[in-house]
Design a protein around this ligand. Structure first.
Ligand SMILES: C[C@H](O)[C@H](O)[C@@H](O)C(=O)CO
Ligand code: MN
Length: 417
């Protein structure tokens, strides 16, 4: 009997259908963010990273152009089970033209569509409202300056067209996520006016007609950013209400809440009121530090919440971290595989039985079973899942990453080509 067969039998004995779990996991597309590959630099060669976010570390081999970023993404995907999506920011346009963000068009992202088509991947999109001279003071859609607001409104409209184009070309629904850094370092005198302006800007953006078959809009809230500690215009309450009233989605980033607040607890609450929701799964350490996902309790809890709400097709799962202190391809691989492991663990739980124990107030058995499940042989099922997808099992993927670092990454110098 193989380790997989013996593990499968153990799960079967508690009523879990392992084959069905593996099938479900194989269908989950996770959106892998391109910006881990180059520390959120983008291809514009202009402003350095701002907007209250920061990538720290100086590990060798960061991608310096689209060819390198695509090659690095390929390397990472070759070590991750299944077919997924790439999440792009507007600052990653591939063009020889000097085009400002308000004038971006689908053609500036054609190379990404070709890339995705060739590999059977999907694409998601984000307008980039930071690292730009017109966002230098951190005010964009809520700026008191009408011209600045208009520039960013036009950028968001351009981005929605690009997202729609991705969806059409790739026959998927592309997520288009608006996040803005807007806020103040010190206590504001007027909290209402910036929020009113943000609301009006969003209203104008969403007057633009796009085909809902191909694009799903969402808005990402935040609690604070570096340099914007006292006030964030696009807060959680703001966007939850905006999204509900305008029939668009909320995007919850796991790093965008107070330290003891957890996104896992918010998923069921949102799913009761909206058809779909989006997530940026990150790993905040003391603040929105954007560390690589580790398989911690909160990640497992998020997996459980999605699975137990039977919402694998209602939640857009995307990753959002940028760690420059370790090999960037390893960062992607660890994060993606951990997200999948969290979902697998949830799929391998006797969820109906656990729910019934809760409903019948049998809390002793519920606790006993939940605790025993923690030492069930999930790893053997995971190894089988890797094998079935022709990717290395256990830490064997690291051999590939080390070779790639030796042969490719270490040859890259600091300057952009
Ligand atoms: C690159 C950023 O992480 C991203 O646009 C945004 O999603 C964010 O989380 C800012 O903190
Ligand atoms: Mn995010």
């Amino acid at each position: 009997m193989t380790r997989f067969e013996s593990a499968k039998e153990m799960y079967q004995n508690i009523g879990v259908d392992v084959d069905a779990a593996l099938k479900k996991l194989n269908n989950v597309k996770i959106s892998m963010h391109c910006w881990q590959g180059d520390d959120v630099a983008g291809f514009e060669n202009g402003s350095s990273l701002d907007g209250g976010i920061a990538a720290t570390g100086n590990y060798l081999g960061k991608a310096r152009n689209s060819a390198e970023l695509m090659a690095d993404l390929d390397k990472a995907f070759s070590l991750i089970p299944g077919k997924h999506k790439v999440n792009l920011h507007a600052s990653y346009a591939i063009t020889d033209e000097k085009v400002d963000r308000d004038k971006l068009e689908p053609k500036h992202f054609k190379a990404w569509v070709d890339y995705a088509k060739d590999r059977g991947l999907g694409l998601d999109f984000n307008p980039t409202l930071f690292s730009h001279p017109k966002a230098a003071n951190g005010l964009t859609l809520s700026s008191p300056d009408k011209k600045i607001r208009q520039f960013w409104i036009d950028h968001c409209k351009a981005s929605r067209k690009i997202a729609e184009y991705f969806g059409k070309e790739l026959r998927t629904t592309t997520l288009n996520n608006i996040w803005i850094p807007d806020g103040y370092k010190n206590a504001p005198a007027d909290r209402l006016s910036p929020r009113k302006r943000l609301k009006e800007s969003l209203d104008e953006i969403f007057t633009q007609k796009v085909d809902a078959k191909y694009i799903a809009d969402c808005v990402e809230s935040k609690v604070f950013g570096i340099g914007f500690e006292s006030y964030t215009v696009g807060s959680s309450e703001f966007y939850m209400n905006y999204a509900a009233k305008n029939n668009i989605m909320c995007l919850m980033d796991t790093g965008h809440y107070h330290p003891t607040e957890v996104v896992s607890d918010k998923i069921s609450a949102l799913l009761l009121f909206s058809e779909k929701l989006a997530l940026h799964i990150s790993h905040p350490v003391r603040w929105d530090s954007d560390h690589v996902l580790v398989l911690n309790d909160e990640l497992k809890e998020i997996g459980k919440e999605i699975v137990r709400s039977d919402a694998l097709d209602r939640v857009f799962i995307g990753l959002d971290f940028f760690d420059a202190s370790i090999n960037r391809i390893a960062a992607w691989v660890v994060g993606m595989r951990n997200m999948q492991k969290a979902l697998l663990e949830a799929l391998l739980a006797p969820n109906a039985k656990l729910a019934q124990l809760q409903e019948t107030e049998n809390f002793t058995e519920l606790m006993a079973l939940q605790e025993e499940l923690k030492t069930y042989p999930m790893g053997d099922i995971w190894d089988y899942f890797c094998k079935m997808n022709n990717v290395p099992e256990k830490q064997n993927w690291l051999i590939d990453v080390k070779n790639y670092e030796k042969n490719v990454l270490s040859k890259r110098t600091e300057q952009t080509i």
